[in-house]
Every structure is written in structure tokens, then in C-alpha cells.
Design a binder for this molecule. Structure first.
Ligand code: APR
Ligand code: ZN
Length: 232
């Protein structure tokens, strides 16, 4: 059994077969909503009701979703692989945790979190958030979903760069490679000597950066890859 340190980057594609929409596929979230309206600080300032409505709907949808075979396979890998397994996810759903993964970093935040724009206090988000909700710590009506919007710094970046430099294997699953800094992770890991693998429905924009690729639905190709990894 290899003791490889495995770092896995996941995107919306791993949750697609759990019924959660992706962003850039046909009919995806960014075909239904303008990013500048619902996923930027400026959009939130302009119309907080619209933004809370967008995230309330996604929070309700994600709460009803179940992990699929790909999430479950990654939880099995973490439990059975003798080396360290870290998931860095761009997703704001909790499907990795619901599948049993524990070592998960949400670089774009989570739908389950609420944040005060005034004092940075964080608390578990209620099912629905509204612009007049008061921060439990400072009492300001400045609450927002604890998700990272375009133009904001993703979370855990210092840790993530360190883990990428130490990775023996880097796997990207269900991500288009369109958004930085996540899109640069494969090159960072490769520079540190990692073997790099893309598991995706179709080639991403970063496909040429990967040493190994496998295309197909995550619920098929991720369990296959985990079985192969655990038998090495
Ligand atoms: N199995 C595997 N891959 C899939 C599946 C599936 N069933 N369905 C879709 N995919 C792939 C698509 O081919 C695409 O490459 O998942 C990827 C989804 O890409 P995006 O919609 O761009 O989602 P993602 O890469 O996670 O976006 C990154 O952009 O808008 C921001 O914050 C948002 O975190 C998001 C970030
Ligand atoms: Zn506050």
C-alpha cells in the first residue's frame, strides 16, 4: 500500500449527480443568474435581497441533496489509505462531510455558514437569511452567507499551497479549471513533484497540465480510481 500524500480538488461536477447544478455546463447557474448580480460584494451591496434569495434557494436545495458514489469513494479513500488524504473543495455544499470525509477545506466557504460583514463573526446559517437579520455578536444588520465571492480572497490559501507542495498525487475532480487560484493548483502540485490526474466528464481547460486523465461521470470514474489507488 502506498503512503502517498493525496490532495484532491473538487468542483461542482462531483455534486452534479446528486442533483446540484454546475456553473458553466449547459443551463448551469451562470446561465440562469449574472455572476455580478449574485456572486460579488458589489452585487450584494446593490441588492441584498436578490443575493440572499439566490443563496437561500441553493441552501435549501443542498440541504435535501445526498452524497453520491463519488463522494462516498473519497470518504473511503480517506478512511483506508495509509497516507494523508486532503480534499480541497470549491463547492459550498456539505456532501463530502455527509459522505464521511473529515479532512476537507472549503476554499469558497459554505452555504451552512453565516458571516457578519461588520465584525467578521461566524455562526451556523439559518435555513433562510434576510438582509434585516441581526449579527448575534455585534447586532448589526450586516449578515451575509459565508461564501467567497468573485474579487474576494478564497479561504485557507496558505495551508492549501503548503499541502500542494507536499503532495505525491494531485487529483482534480469535476472542475472546469476556469477559476483561479484553483485552476493553478495542478501546476503548483506538479512543480512539487506530484503525479497529476484529471477525473472529469470532459476535458477541462487545464487538461494539458495533467499527467493522467480519465473522462466520464464522477459516480463511475471516481470509485474506479479509488479502488485502483487502494490496491496499489
Ligand atoms: N461527473 C464529472 N464531472 C462533471 C459532471 C459529472 N457528472 N458533470 C459536470 N462535470 C464537469 C464539467 O465537465 C465541468 O468541467 O464539472 C465541471 C463543472 O465546471 P463549473 O461549472 O465551472 O464548476 P467549477 O469548476 O466547480 O467552478 C469553479 O467557479 O463560479 C465559481 O465559485 C464558483 O466554485 C465555483 C468555481
Ligand atoms: Zn457582527
Amino acid at each position: 500500500m502506498s503512503k502517498d500524500k493525496i490532495v484532491i480538488l473538487t468542483g461542482a461536477g462531483i455534486s452534479a449527480e446528486s442533483g446540484l447544478g454546475t456553473f458553466r455546463d449547459e443551463g448551469g447557474l451562470w446561465a440562469q443568474h449574472r455572476i455580478e448580480d449574485v456572486a460579488t460584494p458589489e452585487g450584494f451591496h446593490r441588492d441584498p435581497d436578490l443575493v440572499h434569495g439566490f443563496y437561500n434557494a441553493r441552501r435549501a436545495h443542498a440541504a435535501k441533496a445526498s452524497p453520491n458514489a463519488a463522494h462516498t469513494a473519497l470518504a473511503q479513500l480517506e478512511a483506508e489509505h495509509p497516507g494523508n488524504v486532503l480534499i480541497v473543495t470549491q463547492n459550498v455544499d456539505a456532501l463530502h462531510e455527509k459522505a464521511g470525509s473529515k479532512n476537507v477545506l472549503h476554499m469558497h466557504g459554505t452555504l451552512a455558514g453565516a458571516l457578519c460583514g461588520r465584525c467578521d463573526h461566524r455562526w451556523p446559517a439559518p435555513p433562510e437569511m434576510h438582509k434585516d437579520d441581526l449579527c448575534p455578536a455585534c447586532g448589526s444588520a450586516a449578515t451575509r452567507p459565508d461564501v467567497v465571492w468573485f474579487g474576494e480572497m478564497p479561504y485557507h490559501m496558505d495551508d492549501i499551497w503548503t499541502h500542494l507542495a507536499q503532495a505525491d498525487t494531485f487529483v482534480a475532480i469535476g472542475t472546469s479549471g476556469e477559476v483561479y487560484p484553483a485552476a493553478a493548483f495542478v501546476q503548483e502540485a506538479a512543480m512539487g513533484g506530484a503525479h497529476t490526474i484529471e477525473l472529469n466528464l470532459e476535458p477541462s481547460t487545464r487538461v494539458s497540465d495533467f499527467a493522467e486523465t480519465c473522462f466520464g461521470p464522477a459516480t463511475r470514474i471516481v470509485p474506479d480510481w479509488v479502488t485502483q489507488e487502494l490496491s496499489r
